[in-house]
Ligand binder design. Structure first.
Ligand SMILES: *[C@@H]1O[C@H](CO)[C@@H](O)[C@H](O)[C@H]1NC(C)=O
Length: 399
């Protein structure tokens, strides 16, 4: 009898831990988030146990589960879909089937997944690219890139940059019937990070004549110097991207050595020599009042110099586009930024909006009050459809 009660109690606690997700009132379809959390927690817990037992790297297990979402390049009534490579980087190409007299617009898309996960071939990115190609009557290039933990920064950046440069060649654009004056770049999360980074790099690249007309950054990650922003504090446990996972993503992007992750978790990883960089990510001066409410800014604490010397990637502007100076930002194209209230990355996006506007760049900022990380690729949520719609409308008007 007693054993049964204890067992029942344990099952009860276990279920409560699984199902209990404290959510803000203004989020709709809460039961779907609870369902999502259940799956998410199950996968990450299996991955954690696998890692503790020394069976498999955490990310490799998650990649395994996510690979069931992969779909082949299948053309439909409206769009021709095919896989190819640009400069040895695998990409998926979407070309509208309807006849077009004029040259088409082009969109270069970079998927998210913390530089460790995700693929242009997974069903949600495939669906998004299809819809984008059809709705905009545009050629969409959805790029892949090598992932951590096998590959680290700057491989991800370089793959994306090389594929983009390939696409921007006159002869390639001509072959796809793309108008060189109407090419944009877009990406979500880690893909937004890479989109922002390659867009900056392109400005000063004398080898590339054709430039981008717009950049669109969907809840991008833009810095890892300060992992204690108000958005990190407020959304540390939000299930679609907890702080611990984002820290893991950042550190895995740079190195497999877990000592960087440990230092980032306590926000003591920036060496004193690099403190001049903090002004670029100073939320006290870069966030509007309403996002600072209830938070106190204290000057950052520093980490050991040798750690940063070994893994200096996170201090590199190609990994952290918020570290670019104003001269560089000044030349960026028309920009669209989506941020979500319930997202650890919210303040990265908002600070970039502030910095771009201060540097004279035209920016449309779409802040989603009831949004959370990942919505655009989670069309099972009504809010996902709504924001995708806003995003495609903006592209339609501005690209
Ligand atoms: C950040 O901004 C605040 C207020 O604008 C300022 O007092 C503080 O010195 C700044 N800190 C850094 C590290 O730039």
């Amino acid at each position: 009898m007693g054993r049964k009660i204890i067992l029942l109690l344990l099952v009860g606690i276990f279920t409560a831990y699984y199902v209990y997700t404290p959510l803000p009132d203004n989020i709709e379809e809460q039961w779907k988030i609870i369902g999502f959390t259940l799956i998410f927690k199950t996968i990450t817990n299996v991955a954690l146990v696998g890692e503790l037992l020394g069976i498999n790297h955490f990310m490799s297990t998650v990649v395994f589960f996510m690979s069931f979402q992969d779909v082949p390049p299948t053309s439909d009534e409206t769009v021709t879909v095919m896989d190819t490579t640009f400069s040895n980087v695998p990409v998926r190409v979407y070309i509208p089937k309807r006849k077009s007299e004029a040259l088409r617009r082009g969109l270069f898309y970079i998927h998210g997944g913390g530089w460790c996960l995700g693929s242009a071939t997974s069903s949600y990115y495939d669906t998004l690219s299809r819809r984008t190609a059809d709705r905009l009557d545009a050629v969409v290039i959805s790029t892949n890139y090598r992932l951590a933990p096998k590959y680290h920064f700057p491989n991800q950046f370089e793959d994306v940059y090389n594929a983009l440069k390939w696409f921007l060649r006159q002869d390639i654009l001509k072959g796809y019937g793309v108008d060189p004056k109407r090419i944009g770049i877009s990406g979500d999360s880690a893909g937004g990070n890479l989109a922002a980074a390659v867009t900056q790099q392109l400005i000063d690249d004398p080898a590339v004549e054709i430039k981008l007309k717009i950049q669109s950054l969907i809840y991008p990650a833009l810095q890892s110097l300060d992992m204690d922003l108000p958005s990190y504090r407020e959304n540390a446990h939000f299930s679609t991207l907890p702080r611990s996972l984002m820290v893991r993503f950042w550190s895995e992007y740079i190195t497999t050595d877990r000592s960087l992750e440990k230092a980032m978790l306590v926000n003591q990883h920036v060496p004193v020599e690099s403190s001049y960089l903090f002004k670029f990510v100073n939320w006290s001066s870069l966030l509007p009042e309403n996002f600072k409410k209830g938070h106190f800014y204290s000057n950052p604490t520093h980490g050991p110099s040798e750690l940063a010397r070994k893994y200096s990637g996170f201090l590199d502007v190609r990994a952290a586009p918020l570290l670019a100076d104003d001269n560089k930002l000044h030349s960026l194209p028309l920009t669209y930024v989506i941020t979500c209230q319930y997202d650890v990355l919210r303040d990265d996006g908002i600070m970039y909006v502030t910095r771009l506007r201060d540097a004279g760049v035209r920016v449309t900022h779409n802040h989603v009050e009831d949004g959370f990380h990942g919505i655009v690729t989670l069309p099972i949520f009504k809010i996902g459809q709504r924001v995708e719609n806003q995003y495609l409308s903006w592209l339609s008007e501005n690209l």
